[in-house]
Write a new protein. Structure first.
Length: 317
């Protein structure tokens, strides 16, 4: 089709799947134009993640996409061992054939949360934000620029939440009902829920269907003549030990599915309009609750609103 590519800001947090997501977004220039990248210091070391991002961009010939690092802090930090896992991507020879000075040219000095607003403010059309970490940066611009910010966002596609399934947080004092991106900054979810920003949520309900398996990674070998495939297979290979180390809780293509659903709507034909609220404090903080579920309302929660939610993936894979 002759439609113009959708402009996208990629707001990520440097996990292994965040980097495969970057590859996916860059690999479809006819559908998506990435106008900027913001990195939250959440499931990563942000300086490392920014470097990896810049080197991936450079390696793939994208020399004009700015990258900025957010300074917003955690409410509940990720474990250090997860935060360092991005180093396994950063050291890959395939992305280190570049010199560090030219790579650094696209690193923005402004804090990522302010740069996010700068990007939105200076674009003529409404922008889609693909957010694959906590919602802190999005919440920041809503808090500071309110409806003006909301009006500039086409949609936020967010990997986060767990609606009808168990969460993935295992943390002292928490009841396990939340997904980690929401748990890292629960009030941010409340701020976004209390705003008019259109949001498409891709929760654990669907990402549970996309474990990263050896079969998936082997398939990239059949297309090893393509740099994107080699990079994707290489990056996924960093989490393959999960298959035998933690068979009951493998690594998932959480963030990558989120971007895939944006790119191929037929992947996620069922997008529910779900009335839900967010728990912003207390032992269930970070939980996203469908309004038809019986959970006592309290001062701990955001207002209810309708959210487009990918609950089901239709295609086999
Ligand atoms: O909850 C899923 C989110 C996704 O954005 N992240 C990882 C993905 O990038 C947090 C997370 C949950 N469990 C994890 C996570 C784990 N075991 N290791 C690293 N990150
Ligand atoms: Ca992530």
């Amino acid at each position: 089709t002759a439609a113009k590519p959708q402009k996208v800001i990629f707001d990520h947090d440097g996990g292994i799947d965040d980097f495969v997501t970057l590859l996916l977004l860059l690999s479809k220039p006819e559908l998506v134009s990435v106008v900027g990248i913001t990195i939250l210091d959440a499931d990563c070391r942000a300086e490392v993640a920014a470097n990896t991002t810049l080197k991936l961009l450079h390696t793939l010939g994208f020399n004009d996409i700015p990258v900025a690092i957010s300074t917003l802090p955690a409410v509940n930090p990720f474990p250090d061992i997860w935060r360092w896992s991005g180093l396994t991507v950063d050291v890959q020879p395939l992305i280190n054939q570049v010199d560090s000075i030219s790579v650094k040219q696209n690193l923005v000095q402004q804090p990522g949360q302010d740069f996010l607003w700068e990007l939105l403010r200076t674009q003529l059309e409404r922008i889609t934000i693909v957010a694959t970490g906590p919602l802190s940066n999005v919440a920041y611009i809503i808090k500071h620029y309110g409806d003006e910010a909301a009006a500039r966002i086409k949609e936020v596609w967010w990997m986060g939440g767990a609606v009808y399934v168990q969460g993935n947080v295992d943390y002292p004092g928490h009841d396990g009902s939340a997904e980690w991106n929401a748990f890292w900054d629960p009030p941010a979810v409340g701020v976004v829920w209390n705003s008019s920003v259109p949001i498409v949520m891709v929760p654990l309900d669907v990402t549970n269907h996309v474990p990263v398996t050896p079969d998936l990674i082997y398939r990239f070998g059949r297309q090893a003549e393509y740099l994107y495939s080699v990079l994707a297979g290489t990056i996924w290979s960093k989490v393959i030990s999960w298959v035998y180390e933690r068979p009951l809780e493998p690594y998932f293509a959480w963030d990558t599915l989120t971007a895939a659903c944006l790119l191929s709507r037929e992947l996620c034909a069922r997008v529910d309009d779900l009335v839900s609220y967010a728990v912003v404090s207390g032992p269930s903080q970070g939980r996203v609750v469908a309004a038809n579920q019986c959970v006592a309302r309290s001062s701990d929660v955001s207002r209810q609103r309708t959210i487009a939610t990918v609950i089901q993936v239709d295609a086999e894979e």
